[in-house]
Design a protein around this ligand. Structure first.
Ligand code: DGY
Length: 324
């Protein structure tokens, strides 16, 4: 009998071709959490899940899925998945690294430039009808912060952090970096997190969200950032304490922020960050280009196809399950 795979949101049908004949697919519409969208019997009959970063693959769900054999996420981050619990059950978890590196680094740089040069604020200014002949141009009109020649501190020197460093070199920036593993990267001066925060005109976050990185940039750390600095986050919202960030912007300690990710997504309309004119926000679109998203889906489908054949997933975050 064919195995059953649940796909938590519609994916382009032509990209699922390699799974047809290998399994039965149940494609959900994504309007409800998996645990509510499927009955107890449907969950129990499920052998594989292809999910998104919006799907919580947590202990109560896993408990209802005794026949689960793999989880394949269309994301590089896996903080929505209880990987430890799956590893204990020897269930592989697939992700989609590599293909979104440049796209996400581009997004981080776009936010950095937009925040420093007040791009979103200027756009709103014109659309709101505030650009009048008397405010046409003056030497102190809409001044921003120089990016070229500034110091960029990169928190997390994995593939995306390194791609951001390459872009910064083109802007003649001094690049310093800190990563929990202590990894050395050519072109980036490794410093402690404390030194990075103290020296950087721009700080860009590129870490995975994990218990050790949750609220890594808390009120105390934000207070040590260089006055007038700009914070960019395209990693995960939970890494930065949003209330502390809003307070630091309101007090004028920080100049601006460019944010793609938030502790709660979608961000609530009452979030104080949305009140600050120099906070540039976009809705978790760091990897959102047509080509990159197609590649991410292909990798996730390929991971699932391998798991269905009983082979190791090409991109697996808990490869130790294969040794067991
Ligand atoms: C991921 O894949 O984890 C990214 O956040 C998507 O942009």
């Amino acid at each position: 009998m064919l195995k059953k795979v649940v796909i938590t949101q519609p994916l382009p049908v032509d990209r699922l071709k390699s799974l047809s004949g290998q399994c039965t697919m149940q494609v959900l519409d994504g309007s409800q959490p998996l645990a509510e969208a499927l009955s107890r019997d449907e969950l129990s009959a499920c052998h594989g899940v292809i999910c998104l970063l919006t799907d919580a693959i947590d202990p109560p769900l896993l408990e209802a899925m005794p026949n689960l054999q793999f989880v394949s996420s269309v994301s590089v981050g896996v903080d929505h998945i209880d990987v430890e619990a799956l590893t204990r059950r020897s269930i592989p978890v697939g992700n989609t690294p590599g293909v979104l590196v440049d796209t996400t680094a581009d997004a981080a740089f776009a936010l950095l430039l937009a925040a420093a040069r007040r791009v979103a604020e200027g756009d709103r200014y014109i659309r709101d009808g505030q650009w009048h002949p008397e405010t046409r141009w003056s030497p102190d009109f809409f001044l921003g912060k120089d990016v070229s020649g500034g110091t960029l501190g990169i928190i997390g020197l994995g593939a995306i952090g390194q791609a951001v460093a390459r872009r910064a070199a083109g802007f003649n920036m001094k690049v310093i970096g800190w990563t929990p593993s202590g990894r050395e990267v050519p072109g980036v001066d490794s410093v402690s997190l404390e030194e990075l925060l103290l020296r950087s005109d721009f700080v860009s976050v590129h870490l995975a969200l994990a218990p050790q990185t949750h609220n890594l940039l808390d009120a105390a750390k934000i207070a040590t950032m260089k006055p007038g600095a700009v914070l960019v986050n395209t990693a995960r919202g939970g890494i930065v304490d949003e209330s502390a960030l809003a307070a630091a912007l309101d007090s004028g300690h920080l100049y601006a922020a460019g944010l793609d990710v938030f502790e709660r997504e979608p961000i609530e309309a009452s979030n104080p960050l949305l009140q600050h004119p120099r906070v540039v926000v976009v809705p978790h679109i760091g990897s959102a280009t047509t080509l990159t998203r197609a590649k991410m889906v292909d990798i996730a489908v390929n991971n699932a196809a391998s798991a269905l054949l009983g082979q190791p997933m090409p991109h697996c975050v808990n490869p130790e399950v294969y040794a067991a």
